[in-house]
Design a protein around this ligand. Structure first.
Ligand code: FAD
Length: 462
């Protein structure tokens, strides 16, 4: 493995307030562990930053010593670009502060905070902003790619709720970017991934949510999949923005409300949350109970923070993961048939097909208002290849790729940047869509030598 020169190590050691970790240190393996166990990268050094000064100094030293640089916040990204092989990994996971101002309804969030950290603090005041569905995901990476979850139809993408960022750019400057200052940079960070600098503080607007929300699961046997999915795609056209209903096809986990004989069998799970009145939510979701004959259901008022962790047991860190993703405007008959075909041959009990519902407020924003361009997407379809044993790599990766290929003719062509694997460099144009050229111009202005290139990379405009 490439090691750092003695003077580089000394420069980093003498300047960091946070911990400096090298391969021989006892904490090294822990520090290079990401959510996806498929990623096995070995940085020559890891700079655990304690604050903005550590970030600025790390960037300066990386530039002076010509080091490969990666940036890690929550460590959740499937592609594993948070770590580099042989260079300097800037690790922000220790910068976790979440400060809520309930009077102005704003959240000031450091990049190491997870969605769970955010909700924990914001819900003290009955407040929230749209984030994702797995509480261990990092706020930073999720936000920089766009961000969506249960509140997105009501309040927009995560980036639509971002008001300002503090960012360290490639020249080692610490800037603010918002509607008034460095507005081009602010536009670019709202969907352009980690291409433009290292964000050290996020400022979000907040909305009253909870503390309890109507939420839950309605589970159908796989034999009814075609009928219930056909009804689902029509039903979601009729529901208000407050309600989100997602579909998951997988083998049934041992949920307490399911009969034991259903555990491990293929099922269609409708998962939902209503960001409004509890009784109204129950009334609105009632048609889903009558799509067919459910094998089980759990519907009711749950704490918002608990619902935000509802999928955590299925998405724990440490498994091997290979994901692919498509955007859809409509779920046509062929798309539904393809979903059912591949859900019928899951190669491992953890593999699943996820259909997230977007639309609502997320789609009322112009495609060029933020760098996140996909404002015409109604469904994001994810194939989650997920397993534990490396011997299953081949079977699970092939299944994911085959399903992805089979679904391609019915998809829109665009892709959500946060769900791309490392190998999908041919889809970069599809990820940034019509905003690519403008992003490349901003990249040229703020990072002309592409220091920040371990990401779904935007090349500086020539
Ligand atoms: C189980 C699971 C569930 C998910 N659910 C959702 C969901 O519901 N909704 C959704 O929108 N997405 C979801 N995602 C995708 C998620 O948004 C991305 O994986 C995201 O990149 C995670 O952010 P992170 O900070 O944890 O990642 P990291 O791996 O730490 O970072 C990812 C990349 O972002 C960049 N980056 C990170 N921090 C910074 C920073 N401070 N400044 C500049 N660049 C930075 C770097 O390029 C880095 O490689 C999910 C992912 C997983 C694995």
């Amino acid at each position: 493995m490439k090691t750092l020169a003695k003077e580089t190590i000394e420069a980093l050691q003498s300047t960091l307030r946070g911990e400096f970790i090298q391969p021989a240190d006892p904490g090294y393996d822990q520090a290079r562990t990401l959510w996806n166990a498929m990623v096995d990268r070995r940085p020559a050094a890891i700079a655990h930053c304690s604050g903005v000064a550590d970030v600025v100094h790390s960037v300066e030293i990386a530039k002076q010593h010509n080091l490969l640089l990666s940036v890690r916040s929550g460590g959740h990204n499937i592609a594993g670009n948070a770590l580099c092989d042989g260079g300097l990994a800037i690790d922000l996971s220790g910068m976790k502060s979440v400060h809520i101002d309930p009077l102005t309804r704003r959240a000031y969030v450091e990049p190491g905070a997870t969605l769970g950290d955010f909700d924990h603090e914001a819900q003290l005041f009955g407040l929230a902003t749209p984030l994702g569905i797995n509480s261990t995901t990092g706020v930073a990476g999720l936000t920089l790619g766009g961000g969506f979850g249960w509140l997105t139809r009501k309040y927009g993408m995560t980036v639509d709720n971002l008001m300002s960022v503090e960012i360290v750019t490639a020249d080692g400057k610490r800037l603010w970017a918002n509607a008034e200052q460095n507005a081009d940079l602010f536009w670019a960070v709202r969907g352009g991934g980690g291409n433009f600098g290292i964000v050290t503080l996020f400022d979000f607007k907040l909305h009253p949510v909870g503390p309890e929300v109507m939420s839950g699961l309605i589970v159908y046997p796989f034999e009814q999949a075609k009928s219930v999915l056909h009804q689902y795609r029509e039903y979601v056209k009729t529901i208000p923005d407050e309600l989100s209903v997602w579909a998951v096809l997988r083998k049934a986990p041992p949920l307490p409300f399911l009969p034991e004989e259903a555990h491990g069998s293929e099922v269609v799970i409708f998962a939902f949350m209503h960001a409004g009145d509890i009784e109204e939510g129950k009334r609105l979701v009632d048609p889903v109970r009558h799509f067919g004959k459910p094998v089980g259901e759990h519907i009711g008022a749950n704490p918002f923070t608990a619902w935000q962790q509802g999928f955590d047991p299925l998405l724990t860190p440490g498994a091997r993961n290979y994901w692919k993703s498509h955007n859809f405007a409509e779920l046509g008959d062929e798309a539904v048939d393809t979903v059912i075909e591949y859900a019928g041959k899951l190669p491992s009990p953890q593999c699943e097909i996820f259909i997230a519902l977007l639309g609502g407020e997320a789609n009322r924003v112009a495609a060029d208002a933020t760098a996140y361009a996909h404002r015409d997407v109604n469904f994001v379809l994810n194939v989650h290849g997920r397993w534990d044993d490396a011997e299953q790599d081949e079977a699970c990766i092939s299944w994911s790729r085959d399903f992805f290929d089979a679904a391609t003719p019915y998809a829109m062509g665009g892709v959500y940047v946060n769900f791309m694997t490392e190998e999908e460099t041919d889809r970069i144009g599809s990820a940034y869509g019509p905003n690519y050229d403008r992003l490349a111009a901003v990249k040229q202005k703020y990072d002309p030598h592409n220091l920040f290139h371990l990401n779904q990379n935007i090349k500086p405009q020539e």
